[in-house]
Design a protein around this ligand. Structure first.
Ligand code: ZN
Length: 167
C-alpha cells in the first residue's frame, strides 16, 4: 500500500505558512493522522507535521521507536540547556546540518481523544518536538543557520529544489 500523501519539499509555500489551531478532533483528523503516520513510516522519518502534507493545521505525528503518537495543538511550555546535533528533514530530503537546539523541552498538547498530554522530553525527542513545532510555525532547518553556513545551505537548496532543469 502506498501512502496517500507526498511530502512537500522546500520551495512549497505551504511549508512557510503558520498553521491554524485544530478546532475539532473528528474522524477526518483521525484519518489524516493515520495517513500521515503511514507516509512517515514509508519515507522513513521519525516525525511528520501536517503542513508537510499540505495541511495547515497545528498537529504532528511521530514515533521514536515507542509506537505511533499524535500531538494536537502543541505548546512549548519551557526549554532548558542546548546541544548541537546533525538534523535532517523529510521536506529537505538528502540534506542535513548541525543545528543548535534546547536539550530539554516541556511540551503540552492533546491526543486524538482530546485529552491533555504533558511530556518532558530530552535530547532526540526534545529535538523532534521542537523541529515539528517549527513546521507548525512555517520555520525550516535553514532558519537556524547563520552566516556562511546559511548562505551555503541556501545555495544548495536553491540548486536542489528551486531551479530544476526541466528537460
Ligand atoms: Zn521537518
Amino acid at each position: 500500500m502506498t501512502s496517500p500523501y507526498d511530502v512537500r519539499v522546500f520551495g512549497d509555500p505551504v511549508l512557510r505558512k503558520v498553521a491554524e489551531a485544530v478546532t475539532d478532533i473528528d474522524g477526518k483528523l483521525v484519518q489524516l493522522a493515520d495517513d500521515m503516520l503511514q507516509t512517515m513510516y514509508e519515507e522513513p522519518g521519525l516525525g511528520l507535521a501536517a503542513p508537510q502534507v499540505g495541511v495547515g493545521k497545528r498537529f504532528f505525528v511521530y514515533d521514536v521507536g515507542e509506537g505511533p503518537e499524535v500531538m494536537v495543538n502543541p505548546t512549548v511550555i519551557e526549554t532548558r540547556d542546548e546541544w548541537l546535533f546533525e538534523e535532517g528533514c523529510l521536506s529537505v530530503p538528502g540534506l542535513s546540518w548541525e543545528i543548535v537546539r534546547p536539550k530539554e523541552v516541556h511540551i503540552q498538547g492533546y491526543n486524538l481523544d482530546g485529552n491533555e498530554i504533558n511530556i518532558e522530553a530530552d535530547e532526540l525527542l526534545a529535538r523532534l518536538f521542537l523541529h515539528e513545532m517549527d513546521h507548525l510555525n512555517g520555520v525550516l532547518l535553514i532558519d537556524h543557520l547563520e552566516g556562511d553556513t546559511r548562505k551555503a545551505a541556501m545555495r544548495t537548496l536553491r540548486e536542489t529544489f528551486i531551479d530544476p532543469v526541466n528537460l
